[in-house]
Design a protein around this ligand. Structure first.
Ligand code: SAM
Length: 829
């Protein structure tokens, strides 16, 4: 372990000792002896007059570590055990203040700021004397100058004017470190924090050479709840990557060992901060605002609130990564308490404003907890977080990280935006921000403001020291970047990865990695198919469905759609139209409509087969019996699309009502393959409840099934479904998966889906450029298309429609591809 100074070692050790006593159920019983054990009679006092003073300092330093401060003291004879009892029995932390000064430890630094040393030569010039505006310089008998401290106003003119540098400046370290004059002495010379001015940057805490300033800890509130068996979820800031020396999996494993129910990376929340902030930035600039600042540093928010109110309109209204991560945690574990873990004092204040965050722990406290509980990181079993956040989101930990993530998100649009950093809220930077707020002008349009120099990784409550922390974070991010390249190469060569490698690829994919994997997949697709994109004419035969899938707009339980069912005649009309346009595959898709009987479908398939012997017939009509599938096959159907949606049974249960079975769906897929259909399966990306582990299970299932077609599209909410309020899957995650599947299944037929084209205006092209090689324009009668609304705003016109083939051709040509009117059957070659 590396510590910046002795004070931190002392703080760490004291808390670790308290936690050790707590672990053994001896906190109340043994805490009274702790000061004596820490400073035994014959020991040498460190920076104090005697061991009795030192023991008193130990005693009072336990207060903030137990969530108390000096105002909680009854009298000097009340034993510490009484306070420990109070700490362990309080239902909730109850202190108003975030920080406190331990007056016993505050050594009452000198009030005087300037002193003349014996380096004074008693010179003739006497500039100190001549320039002092208050006449505070006197002379000793030997001619040396001295300051009359009753008259001196500490202006420093004498200090500047002395040609011998004989006058020294003596700071009060905490006061000097505070950028907003929030800490000052009382009449007894003891420092006090004025919370109406404090921005909780924590600079005073680490500046005090006597370790007299503390944040008020919630360590025992958290530990007590865990002991009582309550569910606690840790949401952990990205700067954790620079804190502990073992793998991040082991660090998260340690949280599990402490007793946390789950670990969620705040980087996951940072993804929402990035996208929201990026959109807000564009909007504000469009509205004519000259600049916008970030909003994720709570200390900066305090600064604006308390000292630069004119800046308020320029601060982004986007929530911080903690804000979004806490909501993810609450959604996943509604009955759990959420504990933010980070390097920051100011988060304690942000948490007070956020009902989704219940407690705060710092990295420093976590280091002490691990020591106190005797958890050896190197021996801890790894725990992987289940989520998908990009590498840039982890980069939030360092200065420039938010800026970098927002720019990466905005891609080409970012080129027009000049972004600057203000990292370190010091007096100079405050003046700069004040000037920006006042004039409404700034040197950049996007200003990232961080209270700590170098970003959160140098926060006041880190476990690792600043230099090692920064280095380790940078190395960790670089390692991740290299690993990505390695997994992509391996996937292309070996067509599979190990579990952990898939996990890393899915969780650590940043913009650059996505570009690389998309390029690799595109190359593979070009090698197998050239620049041909196969077209399939999609005929949506019925929007009636007996099922109630929670995600689907045509579910039985949606009373707000106008139902329709195409007649055989109408379907044949669509085929005729499609054939003339050049389509050689017709896809009949629809809900599981009981009125579309097996007989009726069989007859329709047979009619299409007879009229268009050179065309492929694809069905996508849901789950049927093996016999039914056989009948359709015999009638002339060649292909069948049936997405398994998710391989994981529990997740399947989250997406579908009781009575629907994932197992049954998988059986259907096996039957279809067995019968001889070219079979397609797939998933929705970002469906509610989907985790990285689920996606890996899906990848493995598809790897084993080896379907001829793989359908991967984003989940999009539909306003009349139980999932109306869920967020869409992302374009990036969809493109990543398209590329993964292309690298694993070079000859599979993979569509750039309508859902992807609905999610992003250039989604179809990006899908092709990520390895897809099929598009399915809509051939349904125009008057019915709007009624087949699986999700909000489903695209069915323009290049998504069969009539729009020319437009589609143009768009594909623009990216170097062309429409192929071949049947485009699967070929393993
Ligand atoms: N009934 C057939 C079946 O079950 O396979 C075919 C029709 S179903 C509507 C076709 C596919 O649409 C589903 O497999 C599902 O993946 C996709 N889908 C449904 N609702 C969606 C949504 N809200 N967002 C994205 N895709 C959706």
């Amino acid at each position: 372990m590396a510590f910046t100074n002795n004070i931190m070692i002392v703080r760490h050790k004291l808390l670790a000792d308290l936690v050790r006593l707590w672990k053994n159920d001896q906190l109340v019983e043994k805490i009274d002896r702790l000061p004596i054990e820490l400073s035994p009679r014959k020991s040498k006092p460190l920076g104090r007059c005697c061991i009795h003073k030192e023991r008193a300092v130990w005693r009072y330093k336990t207060f903030p570590l137990m969530g108390l401060d000096m105002t909680d003291e009854h009298d000097e004879v009340t034993p510490l055990s009484d306070y420990a009892r109070m700490a362990l029995s309080r239902p909730e932390p109850d202190k108003e203040n975030i920080m406190c000064v331990i007056d016993e430890a505050c050594s009452s630094c000198v009030q005087i700021n300037y002193e003349i040393t014996n380096l004074c030569r008693g010179c003739v010039a006497r500039s100190c004397y001549m320039n002092c505006p208050k006449g505070a310089i006197r002379f000793k008998k030997n001619g040396q100058a001295m300051i009359d401290h009753d008259t001196c106003v500490s202006c420093g003119i004498c200090h500047k004017s002395c040609p011998y540098h004989a006058i020294v400046y003596i700071p009060v370290p905490c006061e000097e470190a505070c950028p907003v004059k929030a800490i000052s002495k009382d009449e007894h010379g003891i420092e006090h924090i004025d919370e109406s001015k404090c921005i909780y940057c924590g600079k005073c805490m680490n500046a005090c050479p006597f370790g007299a300033i503390f944040e008020i800890s919630q360590t025992f509130d958290v530990l007590q709840r865990i002991r009582k068996g309550e569910k606690m979820v840790a949401i952990i800031a990205p700067s954790i990557l620079g804190q502990f020396k073992t793998s991040i999996g082991q660090v998260y494993g340690a949280f599990k060992e402490i007793g946390f129910t789950d670990v969620i990376e705040v980087a996951e929340g940072a993804m929402s901060t990035t996208s929201n902030e990026a959109h807000e930035l564009l909007e504000k600039l469009e509205e004519g605002q000259k600049f916008m600042t970030t909003s994720c540093c709570p200390s900066y928010i305090e600064l604006v609130e308390k000292h630069i109110p004119d800046m308020k309109p320029y601060v982004s209204t986007t929530g911080s990564p903690m804000y979004y991560a806490a909501r993810i945690a609450k959604e996943k574990h509604p009955d759990a308490k959420v504990v933010f873990v980070g390097p920051c004092v100011a988060k304690r204040k942000e948490a007070r404003r956020d009902e989704a965050v219940d407690y705060i722990l710092t990295f420093e406290e976590v280091g002490s907890i691990l020591d106190g509980l005797d958890i050896q990181l190197e021996q801890v079993q790894e725990f992987s977080v289940l989520h998908t956040s990009v590498r840039e989101a982890h980069g939030f930990a360092q200065a420039g990280g938010v800026m970098g993530a927002v720019k990466a998100y905005l891609k080409e649009e970012a080129e027009k935006i000049n972004a600057i950093q203000v990292s370190d809220i010091n007096k100079k930077n405050i003046a700069l921000l004040r000037a920006c707020a006042k004039t409404g002008k700034a040197a950049g349009q996007f200003i990232e403001v961080m209270a700590c120099e170098g970003g959160c990784i140098t926060g006041p409550s880190t476990h690792n020291d600043i230099v090692s922390g920064r280095r380790q974070l940078a190395q960790e991010l670089l390692k991740r970047k290299r690993a990505m390249k390695q997994w992509i190469d391996k996937l292309r060569q070996e067509r599979t990865l190990r579990q952990e490698e898939f996990r890393q690829l899915l969780t650590g994919c940043d913009a650059e990695t996505l570009r690389t994997i998309n390029e690799q997949a595109r190359e593979v697709s070009l090698l197998h198919f050239g620049n041909k994109v196969y077209i399939r004419g999609l005929i949506e035969v019925s929007n009636c469905c007996r099922n109630n899938c929670y995600y689907c707009g045509i579910r039985k339980g949606n009373p707000n759609i106008e139902r329709y069912r195409l007649t055989q005649e109408s379907i044949l009309d669509c085929c005729k139209q499609g054939y003339e346009l050049g389509f050689r595959t017709f896809v009949l898709q629809g809900g599981e409509d009981p009125a579309l009987t097996d007989d009726r479908i069989e007859k329709t398939v047979a009619a299409i087969r007879q009229n268009y012997p050179d065309c492929a017939i694809t069905l996508s009509l849901g789950e049927k019996s093996r016999e039914t599938y056989e009948r359709f096959f015999r009638a002339g159907a060649n292909r069948y699309l049936l997405r398994h949606e998710t391989y994981n049974e529990l997740h399947y249960g989250q997406l579908h009502p009781a009575g629907m079975s994932g197992k049954q769906r998988l059986q259907c897929l096996r039957d279809l393959k067995d019968i001889g259909y070219q079979t397609g399966t797939g998933i929705m990306v970002g469906s509610p409840g989907q985790t990285v582990e689920h996606i890996i299970e899906d990848i493995r299932f598809i790897e084993k099934l080896r379907p001829e077609m793989i359908g991967i599209g984003p989940f999009l909410p539909h306003h009349d479904t139980p999932f109306a309020e869920y967020p869409s899957g992302t374009v990036e995650q969809t493109l990543l998966l398209l590329s993964i599947f292309r690298l694993m299944h070079p000859s599979a037929l993979i569509p750039a889906t309508t859902a992807l084209a609905t999610l992003a205006p250039d989604g179809r092209e990006r899908g092709i450029l990520a390895g897809a090689n099929v598009v399915m324009p809509n051939l349904s009668p125009r008057e019915e298309r709007k009624k087949y609304e699986l999700y909000n705003d489903k695209a069915s016109l323009g290049a998504e429609s069969a009539e729009g083939l020319a437009m589609l051709q143009k768009q594909l040509n623009a990216i170097g591809y062309r429409i192929s009117t071949e049947r485009g059957d699967f070929s393993s070659g």
